[in-house]
Design a protein around this ligand. Structure first.
Ligand code: TRP
Length: 330
């Protein structure tokens, strides 16, 4: 059996090209050498999404996105986190091997505390224990199946380190029961700029969505922030948001042409934006069709996820049994 690559995605928003380049594509590429396990992290989403219809809809959107972007559910194990009852059980066991100080230092929790303090509020105001324990749940996701590698973006690096710390603490107590995973951190493709030049992220409201109506995608691309240089002015392609985005979708030959236009004059931002929009629409044309078909066939998505959950539970049960036995809770 191949080594296991596992990754989860929190269903909290419409997938955008930053997610695709930084997360979906590298994770799917690993299927060549690994048994891929992919899941929709709906328990994680519950730390912030408290509207049931929204959560349900987001789960379908993310599931359809994975399938549309190339996940083959015959080969990969594709499931919904909350279909695995072993996860909350394992989370509890692992939480007894997680130092509270480690969770105090987790970036997401610390950021929430810092925001409270900067607003003169009580440090823990509005912070639920789910957010605080988020890294333990994630460790359970990873350790339950004996994952070998975990492909994630740079923002998740600390979570992988915490997972390793938890596994090591457990193993120090009971011997080598849990497999300590390696993160595969996507450092370079991670830096996909949004239309304002900051990292593309839902929280900055600067994304180019993949499955939105064509007009919306074109409109977002036309909003990419540029400077006031005229077409004939020479420009620096380095650190240029439009050029960087073009570099992900243009052919190498065309990109080189564009680079020369930047350097020597002749690059008109408006025209290049139009070109970029068409490149993006062409790149995702099949995926976009497939996505809309899937969103109209939720029975199919449910079936796929149910089969995936069955396989995932079979993979996870022996690890949970070993952990229970090690602890004496058996
Ligand atoms: N926390 C991850 C994110 O926000 C999602 C996630 C949950 C995950 N469990 C995981 C990623 C396990 C990798 C492995 O993107």
């Amino acid at each position: 059996m191949k080594p296991i690559s596992l990754t989860g995605i929190k269903p909290t928003g419409k997938p955008h090209i930053g997610n695709y380049l930084g997360m979906y594509r590298p994770a799917l590429d690993l299927m060549q050498n690994y048994q891929g396990m992919y899941f929709v992290a709906d328990y994680h989403a519950l730390t912030t999404v408290h509207t049931p219809d929204t959560l349900r809809e987001l789960v379908y959107e993310v599931a359809a996105s994975w399938l549309a972007l190339g996940l083959n559910p015959e080969e990969a194990i594709f499931f919904r986190q909350s279909d695995i009852p072993e996860i909350p059980e394992f989370t509890w066991i692992l939480s007894c091997f997680t130092s509270k100080g480690l969770l105090n230092r987790a970036h997401a929790y610390k950021a929430a505390v810092d925001e409270n303090l900067s607003l003169g509020r009580d440090s823990d105001e509005g912070i639920n224990a789910g957010l605080y324990n988020y890294p333990v749940l994630m460790a359970a996701d990873i350790l339950l199946y004996g994952s070998d590698v975990v492909p994630v973006g740079l923002d998740q690096k600390q979570h992988i380190e915490i997972t390793r710390d938890i596994a090591e603490a457990f193993n120090r107590t009971y011997g080598e029961v849990l497999k300590v995973p390696e993160g595969i951190i996507q450092e370079n493709v991670m830096k996909v700029p949004g239309i304002d030049g900051q990292k593309m992220s839902k929280s900055y409201n600067n994304t180019i969505p993949i499955f939105a109506p064509e007009n919306e995608i074109r409109k977002q691309v036309m909003r990419i922030v540029t400077d006031s240089k005229r077409p004939e002015d020479p420009k620096d392609p380095q650190d240029n948001t439009l050029f960087t985005l073009l570099s992900f979708f243009a052919s190498p030959e065309r990109l080189e042409e564009i680079r020369q236009l930047y350097l020597h004059g002749g690059a008109a931002y408006g025209d290049l934006k139009k070109e970029l929009a068409e490149l993006i629409l062409a790149h995702f044309a099949n995926a976009r069709d497939h996505y809309h078909e899937l969103m109209h066939d939720r029975g199919y998505i449910n079936d796929v996820l149910a089969q995936g959950a069955f396989r995932a539970r079979q993979m996870g049960q022996p690890y949970l049994a070993a952990a229970r036995k090690a602890t004496g809770i058996d």
